[in-house]
Design a protein around this ligand. Structure first.
Ligand code: ATR
Length: 273
């Protein structure tokens, strides 16, 4: 039996143990996966302790993705670009490989599960924090015609755009830079939804046919998705599929086998009244 864990603070509401238990059952892999609360000043110590006890890998969530990046002995290109690690694999020699599966999870959910094409499309991303930095490289790898990052603090979006300019046609600006700008897909990567808020967006931002995706999810439609529906979005989706897809990528890195995600997404999706 191999042991894995998701480490965060807080961690009580994490869906990851359920997701990985379903993956293990489906693929017949003998593993246990649990949620571990690390003290805010004790992430590295928690990891070292679990490695010493034989754990083979970890998912890392808020607020430790930056510390996991520093702790990893080796990084994948994606993790290096993201500046954050959400998956650690304990190699046979005990070294820690740091990977970031968030962006691939988002792209897989968009393209495979939702059938949303990114190639040659105009993509708008809201927010310029760690969550957005983590997904830009995989989004740009899909070959969009343009990717514009708009953020409350415009300078952060401009800086992100500069950091990723070698990977594709990416620009950045403040929320005013959205005026008159149209896209095929609008992705919310801000944390405004934690306060049930939406960044102030132009009323005519969505032309007919625009799909809206929220990287956050909840048991009811997020504030951003309620805004999207009220402003005529073609389709809306929350980040539950992204969560399950990033988990599947982690599982594949650890176990060498990729579970099917659709049945797991179905099980986790809350029943709408
Ligand atoms: P995360 O790891 O979730 O990305 P973060 O790095 O703190 O967290 O970034 C949060 C993002 O959400 C930022 O882009 C932030 O905008 P600022 O850079 O201007 O702070 C954005 N954000 C949070 N609350 C918001 C709100 N109420 N309206 C608009 N943007 C908001």
């Amino acid at each position: 039996m191999d042991y894995y864990a998701v480490i965060g603070h807080p961690i009580g509401h994490s869906k990851s143990p359920r997701i990985h238990a379903l993956f293990a059952e489906q693929t017949g892999q003998a593993l246990r996966y649990e949620a571990v609360l690390a003290p805010l000043d004790g992430f590295a110590g928690t990891v070292r302790d679990l490695v010493a006890r034989g754990y083979r890998g970890f998912n890392v969530t808020v607020p430790f993705k930056g510390e996991a990046f520093v702790l990893a002995d080796e990084l994948t290109d994606r993790a290096r670009r993201a500046g954050a690690v959400n998956t650690l694999k304990v190699e046979d020699d005990g070294r820690l490989l740091g990977e970031n599966t968030d962006g691939v999870g988002l792209v897989t959910d968009l393209t495979r599960n939702l059938g949303i094409r990114l190639r040659d499309r105009e993509v708008l991303v809201l927010g310029a924090g760690g969550a957005v930095r983590g997904v830009l490289a995989p989004l740009l790898a899909e070959g969009p015609a343009g990717l514009h990052i708009a953020n409350r603090t415009g300078s952060r979006a401009e800086e992100l755009a500069r950091d990723f300019a070698d990977l594709g046609p990416v620009t950045g600006g403040d929320l005013d830079s959205l005026r008159g700008r149209h896209s095929h897909l609008l992705i919310n990567g801000t944390s405004a939804g934690l306060d049930d808020e939406v960044p102030p967006l132009p009323d005519d931002l969505l032309r007919p046919g625009v799909d809206c995706y929220d990287m956050m999810y909840g048991d009811r439609p997020t504030a951003f998705l309620r805004w999207a529906v009220a402003h005529g979005a073609a389709r809306t989706a929350d980040g539950l599929g992204m969560l399950v897809e990033q988990a599947a990528e982690s599982f594949a890195l650890w176990r060498g086998i990729r579970p099917r995600t659709a049945p797991v997404i179905r099980v986790l999706r809350p029943v709408q009244p």
